[in-house]
Ligand binder design. Structure first.
Ligand SMILES: [Cu+2]
Length: 211
């Protein structure tokens, strides 16, 4: 988590409220369908017919105000992945952390979630092959090789934070890695602006299947 030049504005507050309203309405619709047919039953039937779709090869992930596309991904241990992360927002910075649990920081408004407690990227080898309009890339405990120069945005000091690329509006970064042996359910999220992007919908679920 780093400081960002953008500050909350009234316009942002309106957008967040609208977003929450839309999420609420979508939630109601899903609950309604789930009550009729059973959400998990539908998912089980779909998986039985198609198998679990695994994202592999080149994976495009788009950050928006305030969501990810896709918001759900499935990877398999040992797969080679090139992730291309692109910020589609015209005017806001966004980041992508992957992890589980939360670290919190006290504030006058109560505890603020600042990052994931367990970082998916801890110990993972990552090779950065393309980058444009990157605000910063905190490597923390990932092992990063950067083939892009110059890269004043690369923060290589190891720490206990999350591996997190932060993109300027229109920015992109492409990095290659092998899916580590960390099966289970993980989450991705943007903690910019004191967790408010996350709250507003910038979150997703990542399922890691065993090899
Ligand atoms: Cu964001």
């Amino acid at each position: 988590m780093t400081d960002h030049p953008e500050k909350p504005s009234d316009e942002d507050q309106v957008n967040w409220s609208r977003r929450k309203f839309l999420i609420g309405m979508t939630g109601l619709a899903v609950v309604g369908i789930g009550a009729l047919f059973g959400r998990s039953a539908i998912a089980q039937v779909a998986e039985a017919v198609t198998g679990t779709p695994v994202n592999s090869g080149v994976i495009n992930v788009y950050t928006r105000d305030y969501s990810y596309t896709p918001s759900r991904m499935t990877w398999r241990v040992g797969d080679q992945i090139s992730m291309v992360l692109t910020n589609k927002s015209p005017n806001r910075f966004h980041e992508m952390m992957i992890g589980r649990g939360f670290d919190t920081t006290p504030s006058e408004f109560g505890p603020i979630k600042t990052q994931f407690h367990e970082d998916f990227w801890d110990g993972v080898h990552v090779m950065v092959s393309e980058a444009d309009a990157v605000d910063n890339l905190a490597t923390n405990n990932a092992v990063v090789t950067c083939n892009v120069t110059p890269h004043p945005w690369l923060i290589t000091a190891p720490g206990n934070g999350n591996f997190s690329p932060t993109l300027m509006p229109g920015g992109m970064i492409r990095f290659d890695f092998t899916v580590p042996n960390k099966p289970g359910t993980w989450y991705y999220g943007c903690f910019v602006q004191g967790y408010r992007h996350y709250e507003a919908g910038m979150q997703g679920t990542l399922v890691i299947l065993p090899a």
